[in-house]
Design a protein around this ligand. Structure first.
Ligand code: SF4
Length: 210
């Protein structure tokens, strides 16, 4: 993130919002749970298969008052908030998470773990990316490690990350969506042979919801 954008954020009272909406979490440990999603713009990790490429350039998303976002979130019956991106940890998240917490909401973070974490979270889902790996201290904060598998070599990447998380951290292998048919048989066999791992699929894509 450039200093120029950071300066506009007023210490986190404003954030570059891409979209916010009430839906159902489609993947990972909280699959099936209704949640309000807050998606922030900006990511420089550059995953080839990213399904949120439209979020990458933060300049396209002028900072929005966090108070407005929070008011909208609490106007829905959601009990959980998913903060996602892009890479939301590019920004100071203390104010946003503090306000959401004050309203009694559970806060789940989706991150690649490449930036130092700010804010308070009830659940950290860390999805490590090969192009730019996670910070070791973030792996120790993960409640859930969700590794995207697009080829057989990704199991080794998954294990290298799993070796650095806490024992209590849940482990998920998730097929990259465009390789689903090709990779799911291998992922199923891998999980059966290495039962520390669970399988996550992007159920929201089957349900045709965001
Ligand atoms: S880290 Fe996430 S948002 Fe960033 S490019 Fe990769 S998949 Fe997309």
């Amino acid at each position: 993130m450039t200093d120029e954008i950071y300066a506009l954020l007023e210490g986190g009272r404003k954030l570059p919002l891409v979209e916010d909406f009430y839906t159902v979490q489609g993947e990972g440990f909280h699959t099936g749970k209704p949640a309000y999603f807050i998606r922030l713009g900006g990511c420089d990790v550059g995953c080839r298969w990213c399904d949120a490429k439209y979020t990458w350039n933060p300049r396209q998303f002028p900072p929005v008052e966090v108070d407005e976002i929070v008011e909208r979130a609490v106007s829905f019956p959601a009990q959980a908030i998913v903060i996602t991106g892009g890479e939301p940890t590019l920004y100071p998240l203390d104010y946003l998470t503090g306000e959401l917490k004050r309203r009694g909401l559970e806060i789940f973070l989706e991150t690649s773990g490449t930036q130092p974490l700010t804010g308070t979270f009830d659940w950290v889902c860390l999805s490590p990316k090969k192009q730019q790996g996670p910070l070791p201290e973030n792996l120790l904060r993960a409640d859930e490690l969700k590794v995207i598998v697009e080829e057989s070599g990704d199991f080794g990447w998954a294990e290298r990350n799993a070796a650095q998380v806490r024992r209590s951290c849940l482990l998920f292998l998730q097929p990259e969506w465009s390789r689903y048919e090709r990779m799911i048989p291998e992922i199923v066999e891998y999980a059966k042979a290495h039962p520390r791992w669970n399988i996550s699929v992007q159920t929201h894509k089957f349900m045709h919801i965001p």
